[in-house]
Ligand binder design. Structure first.
Ligand SMILES: Cc1ncc(COP(=O)(O)O)c(C=O)c1O
Length: 367
């Protein structure tokens, strides 16, 4: 084990094969600082392109950074960028693009990088949902100009809270040093311990129904949060990161196996279209959950309660581009994101889910 957070940051940088890492209170704070770092004296408001369908914390981070947000559409078949739409956002002047590996399914980083390079835009690789996942033999989060990790609840590498900003090259290292001297100290993190224990207890299928009845835990919710000032990681979270990392790799193997089994169970199901993950040398999706498009009529027919009993949950209810807090920036047409808000549901892939549970999911989703 390394000593204090400085040693821990070096360990994290080695694990991700990047030059520097900065441990923060959350992935949201890491993303906010990543966007802020691209501001210049002549352009203090960074024009950043976000996916039109993604976790609402992206909006919090962009608002906290004082960025000008534009959106690119998301391809429902892959959950990656709609390439024509991303290209349009870059042509319209975005100087940075946030790429999100949704549910640990890697975005095609080769194609995204080529497109961003052609426009001189920075790549911020948001791997908050990408624990244990790889793109061409590198961990997700390691290939952007800046990378984002989250150690929050339900993220595959959970320390009860916390996040990290990763950077490569001398400029990235200097940047992180400057932030390190600027962010406020972290607290002891008692709340994180409570969340960590609660999550471990409540992740069992027998108690799936409970978290919805305990709103104070905030499990399974995706509300919009107002921005806050980034601070360093709490001590309790920092203390468990290395063990969480080992667990995350083992759990990711289990999730990949679960995803393959779900693929077989759902094969040939009319009205259910699994999201396609890229395949190739050194590409390993993390399958934090198993996303499928479920025909809106079928969703209505099944109802939410039976889905919930098997741990099947709906995706984000509104496209990010249609969040009321971002309305001014969200003008546009986002057919992919709009379809995802209506049709995306995700199935659990964690180690508690048995073949029997998967067979029950198959029966429930079949017409
Ligand atoms: C894609 C993505 N980015 C960033 C975040 C923010 O991470 P955190 O919860 O650690 O603030 C999340 C959280 O759900 C996320 O899903």
């Amino acid at each position: 084990m390394s000593g204090g957070p400085a040693g821990l940051e070096q360990w994290l940088a080695r694990r991700y094969e990047v030059d520097a890492a900065l441990l923060l209170d959350s992935g949201t704070s890491a993303l906010r600082l990543a966007v802020e770092s691209l501001a210049t004296a002549t352009a203090p408001a960074v024009r950043v392109a976000l996916p039109a369908y993604a976790c609402y914390d992206l909006a919090t981070a962009a608002a906290g950074a004082g960025a000008e947000v534009s959106f690119y559409d998301v391809d429902p078949a892959t959950l990656g960028p709609d390439w024509a739409s991303l290209s349009a956002a870059l042509s319209a002047g975005a100087v940075a693009v946030v790429l999100v590996h949704q549910y640990g399914i890697p975005v095609d980083l080769d194609r995204a990088r080529a497109l961003c390079d052609a426009h001189g835009a920075a790549v911020i690789e948001d791997a908050a949902q990408g624990a244990g996942a790889w793109w061409r033999h590198r961990r997700l989060g390691a290939r952007g100009d800046l990378g984002i990790l989250s150690f929050g609840r339900g993220k595959g590498m959970t320390a009860g809270g916390g996040g990290a900003l990763l950077a490569t090259g001398p400029r990235g290292r200097d940047l992180l040093d400057a932030f390190r001297s600027r962010v406020a100290r972290g607290g002891p993190g008692i709340g994180s311990w409570i969340r960590l224990v609660a999550q471990a207890l409540l992740s069992h299928p027998m108690v799936y129904g409970i978290p919805a009845g305990m709103p104070w835990l905030g499990l399974g919710e995706t509300p919009y949060h107002e921005p806050w000032l980034p601070r360093a990681i709490d001590a309790a979270e920092a203390g468990v990161i290395q063990s969480a990392a080992d667990l995350a790799d083992r759990e990711a193997d289990i999730r990949r196996d679960a995803a393959a089994r779900l693929g077989l169970v759902l094969r040939d199901h009319a009205g259910v279209s699994p999201v396609r993950a890229p395949a190739g040398d050194g590409i390993r999706p993390g399958w934090l959950r198993y996303p499928v498009l479920l025909d809106a009529q079928d969703r209505l027919r099944i109802g939410t309660a039976p889905l919930g009993r098997l741990g099947i949950v709906a995706g984000y209810p509104l496209p990010l581009a249609r969040l009321p807090q971002l309305r001014a920036a969200g003008i546009g047409d986002w057919p992919g994101a709009t379809r995802l808000a209506k049709e995306l549901v995700t199935l659990p892939t964690h180690h508690w889910v048995s073949d029997r549970d998967r067979a029950a999911m198959g029966r429930l989703l079949s017409r």
